[in-house]
Structure formats: structure tokens, C-alpha cells
Design a protein around this ligand. Structure first.
Ligand code: BES
Ligand code: ZN
Ligand code: ZN
Length: 500
């Protein structure tokens, strides 16, 4: 569900909305009003900071305090959100992520069937803070109502800003918000509605509306083309697999970035069946493919001078009389044989075909994104993704791109010593190692075997961050989060700029 955001240069007192949001920071002297709040304070006749303090507001990040405007503003409710100690009085110096989270937390706590329109009197007079405020607010207003009979539309947002030069920044925020929203919607859609054919159809619609090139391989083409990983994983389901290839081209591009996202529309584990609890969130196992699709949509809108290809290997991992068996040997795209010892290690099988195929695109950088291992969650928790690569500079460059995009990712090694665990008694490789230790890294080592020679490659394991089971925080709701999509857009930009 996409919220809308418009801008206005009207004075705060004249903007009619169900609620208006201001920000308050903390300094040595107590609560201070952030840029944007002064007009609201003036309309009330001063004393806003004192009133909020009296109600117990401290200005700590994401704290929301509501007061009524008692007829002094066109908006009946004023909500003050804390932004902490970031130098609140100095425009432009507020840390972008704090601003995104605060705007997100405020909108999230307000948006309800009663509060349909929200004005934002938040820092927005320079490009960086306008983009952060707009993006945080849009992400915080996310609502997934597809399966609710009492569903309501997403809120309407109005950003107060006097600066015309922030238009481009706000437009970028809208593009990024639409991309994150698309990922969240796809992840939250139930696997009874989203399976390889319907996912590929969705990709077709987005390609058509964004002007992206698209090629879809169906089960017949996958068999004929030798995509043994995607076919093997998909063969136990009544919903046949697909491989989608999306392409974006820029006339001035001299470099090509390739993305590949794991697209398991439901991961039951296959015959190596998962326990019931572990299966409950496995509709999110296509979060990598959704991030690639959404990043392609955003790239098509932002138009960086680079060529970008996106692969979505899509399959449903189910047990059944036609499902692959532990000990089956499959032949991957490019000819490598794999002994499938555990059918629940399926993500690496579908990705291996996509990685091998990507050699035909001559990538300058190849990045795969996957909800790949439970071991990632054990190692880094639910909010930090792991980054592995066959080149240290690429790995660090991607962590840096993620930081600039406002996403938490951390470098992880690919220890050569773990590679022998993937030796098979009968085939070129086994899909799992006998020992559990270092499971995230072993999965990375498996994928590395399929990276075309000489290609710089990175692997992002987003198993934890893709789906949020706890209470909402900042701009992050329960359910699909949209993890990695902003980083992918940043990577495309960095490849265009020669930075990656
Ligand atoms: N989709 C799962 C990984 C996962 C786990 C994602 C938890 C999100 C949350 C993946 O296909 C899987 O089952 N991996 C196995 C690999 C093992 C069999 C080597 C795992 O992590 O247990
Ligand atoms: Zn699995
Ligand atoms: Zn999986």
C-alpha cells in the first residue's frame, strides 16, 4: 500500500491535516525545538518546549508526545517526536538515519483510521534532511491491508518546506519508498497468492511500467537450458519454477552491474522438512528476489549511467512424490554437478544457476542477495546483514554503500579452510557440509564456486533483516521490511560513479 507525499511552503498554522508532526532534540539545557517547529511554536504563542517538558517529553529518539492545538493551527493534533542529541538547532547536521527513524516512528504511531492526513513540520530545508524526513515518513506510513476486510488506505503526507531546491531529494525519497513498499508487499503476500508464475507476472507488469527489458524462462525452457538447480528445487511443487531476467540500459553507460536475488516463494525445506514453527515465516524466503525487482524499478526511475541486469530465480520448495531427494545429483547451469544432501539448503542451488548464467552479461560487479542461512541470524542477529565477497575492497565498498543508504551490514570472511566440507563423495560438490559451524560462510563458499572467472562478486545474507517478527520500531513495521533494496540502488549508483 503506497502512501502519498506532497510538499507545501504554506505556514505551519495554515496547513490542514488531521495531525502535524514536529521534532524535539535534547541538549544540556533540556528540550529544544528542531528546525520546522518554530512556526508551530509561534502560532501557539510560544511555550511549546515547556508544555512538552511538563508532559514528560525528553526528546529521546522516537519518543512521541501528543498535544492538542486548541484552534491555533489548522491541524487539531500536534505530535512531537524525539530526535535525541543530534544538533537539532543546526539544519543539515541532523544524522539522516535518526531523522528517517524519527519521522517513521511519528507517522507510524499516528496513522490510524481516524488520522488519515499528516503534516510534517520537520527538518527539511536542505536536500539531505528533506530526503530523510520524506523517506522515513513514507516508510513509517506503510500498511498492508490486502487480507483485511476492515482495511483502510495509507495516510496522506504533506512535507512543509520553504526550499524549492529540495524537490529532487523528495522525488528520490518517493522512488526509494515505492521500492521498499514493493518489497514489503511482495514478502507479506501469502504463498497461496505469490508463487513463481504470479511473481514473474508481477515482474512483467513492473518491467512494462518502468521501461525495463524482461525475459522469463518457464519450466520447459529451464529444463532445455540446463538450469538444474532451479529445476531441482522447483520439481516438488505444483507451481513450476521461473527464471526472470530484467535489464536496464543507459546510453552513456560503460559498466554493467548484475544483481541476483533468491526467490523461494515458500521454503518448507522440501523432503528435509522444516519443523512447523520454522516454516511460519518462510513466505519471506523470496525477499532477495523482491529486493532485486524493486531495485530495478528504482534504478529505472533514477536513471544512473550504468547498465544493470537483475536475475530472479523463482521456485517453491515443497516435498512431494516428484521432489528431489537427499542424495540426488543435479547438473547446474554451466555443468557443475551437485549432490543434494539437504533439500532445505535450496537457496544456494537456485542462485548457483543465476550466478553461472550471469557470466554471459560480462559483469563489472556481481551481487547476490538472499535469505540464505539461519546461521546468519545466529551470528549477526535480526537487524544486521552479512556481506561476503571474493575481493576485500568489494566487500568493504558494499558495507560502505549500505551505511550511506542507511542499512546495517557487516563484513564476513570466506575462510578457505571451510571449503573442504563441501567435497562430495560422488559429485563435484555437496550442497551442505557435515558440520554446522560457520554455516553462513559455508553457504558463501558454495556460491563462490559458481561465480564466473575473473568477476568481482559479493554475497549479502539478509535472512534476519528481511522479515521483522518483533514490535515495530522507527520506520520498520512487522513483517516484510524491504531489507537491502536501498543498498542495491546505492550500489548501482556507485558502479555508475566508478566507486565500486
Ligand atoms: N530459507 C532458509 C534460511 C533462513 C532461516 C532464512 C531463517 C530466514 C530465517 C534456508 O533455505 C535454509 O533453510 N537454510 C538452512 C541451511 C542448512 C540446511 C545448511 C539453515 O540455515 O538451516
Ligand atoms: Zn531452506
Ligand atoms: Zn530458503
Amino acid at each position: 500500500m503506497t502512501a502519498t507525499l506532497q510538499t507545501t511552503n504554506s505556514a505551519a498554522r495554515d496547513v490542514s491535516a488531521d495531525a502535524i508532526v514536529i521534532a524535539v532534540g535534547q541538549d544540556a539545557g533540556g528540550l529544544v525545538l528542531a528546525p520546522g517547529a518554530q512556526d508551530v511554536d509561534a502560532a501557539l504563542g510560544g511555550g511549546l518546549a515547556a508544555t512538552l517538558s511538563a508532559l514528560g517529553a525528553t526528546g529521546k529518539p522516537e519518543e512521541v508526545t501528543r498535544i492538542v492545538s486548541a484552534g491555533k493551527l489548522a491541524a487539531p493534533v500536534i505530535a512531537a517526536v524525539g530526535i535525541g542529541t543530534a544538533s537539532a538547532a543546526e539544519p543539515g547536521s541532523t544524522d539522516a538515519e535518526i531523522l528517517r527513524r524519527s519521522a517513521g516512528a511519528a507517522v507510524r504511531s499516528l496513522a490510524s483510521p481516524k488520522i488519515r492526513s499528516i503534516a510534517l513540520a520537520l527538518p527539511a530545508d536542505d536536500a539531505a534532511s528533506a530526503e530523510a524526513t520524506a523517506l522515513g515518513a513514507l516508510l513509517g506510513s506503510y500498511y498492508f491491508g490486502r487480507y483485511r476486510s476492515d482495511g483502510h488506505p495509507a495516510a496522506e503526507l504533506t512535507l512543509l518546506t520553504s526550499a524549492a531546491h529540495v524537490d529532487q531529494a523528495v522525488a528520490r525519497a518517493r522512488v526509494l519508498a515505492a521500492a521498499v513498499t514493493l518489497v514489503r508487499d511482495l514478502v507479506n503476500t501469502s504463498p497461496s497468492h505469490l508463487y513463481p508464475e504470479t511473481f514473474a507476472a508481477e515482474a512483467g507488469k513492473i518491467a512494462a511500467s518502468s521501461g525495463l527489458g524482461i525475459e522469463v524462462l518457464d519450466e520447459t525452457a529451464l529444463t532445455a537450458g540446463g538450469y538444474g538447480g532451479i529445476r531441482g528445487v522447483g520439481q516438488g511443487s505444483v507451481h513450476p519454477p521461473r527464471l526472470v531476467r530484467l535489464s536496464y540500459q543507459h546510453p552513456d553507460a560503460s559498466r554493467t552491474g548484475v544483481f541476483a536475488g533468491k526467490g523461494i516463494t515458500f521454503d518448507s525445506g522440501g523432503l528435509s522438512l522444516k519443523p512447523p514453527k520454522a516454516m511460519e515465516t518462510m513466505k519471506s524466503d523470496m525477499g532477495g528476489a523482491a529486493a532485486v525487482l524493486a531495485a530495478m524499478q528504482a534504478v529505472a526511475a533514477l536513471k544512473p549511467a550504468v547498465n544493470v541486469i537483475g536475475y530472479l530465480p523463482l521456485a517453491e520448495n515443497m516435498p512431494g512424490s516428484r521432489a528431489q531427494r537427499p542424495s540426488d545429483v543435479i547438473t547446474m547451469y554451466g555443468g557443475t554437478t551437485v549432490e543434494v544432501l539437504n533439500t532445505d539448503a535450496e537457496g544456494r542451488l537456485v542462485l548457483a544457476d543465476a550466478l553461472a548464467r550471469s557470466g554471459e552479461d560480462a559483469p563489472d560487479l556481481l551481487v547476490d542477495i538472499a535469505t540464505l542461512t539461519g546461521a546468519q541470524v545466529v551470528a549477526l542477529g535480526t537487524r544486521v546483514s552479512g556481506v561476503m565477497a571474493n575481493d576485500d575492497a568489494v566487500r568493504d565498498g558494499i558495507v560502505d554503500a549500505a551505511t550511506r543508504a542507511g542499512e546495517a551490514m557487516w563484513p564476513m570472511p570466506l575462510p578457505q579452510e571451510l571449503r573442504k566440507g563441501l567435497d562430495s563423495k560422488v559429485a563435484d560438490l555437496a550442497n551442505v557440509a557435515p558440520e554446522r559451524e560457520g554455516g553462513m560462510l559455508v553457504a558463501g563458499l558454495f556460491l563462490r564456486e559458481f561465480v564466473p572467472d575473473g568477476v568481482r562478486w559479493a554475497h549479502l545474507d539478509i535472512a534476519g533483516p528481511a522479515f521483522h517478527e518483533g514490535e515495530p520500531y522507527g520506520y520498520t513495521p512487522k513483517g516484510g521490511t524491504g531489507a537491502a533494496v536501498r543498498t542495491l540502488v546505492q550500489i548501482a549508483q556507485d558502479v555508475a560513479d566508478g566507486r565500486l
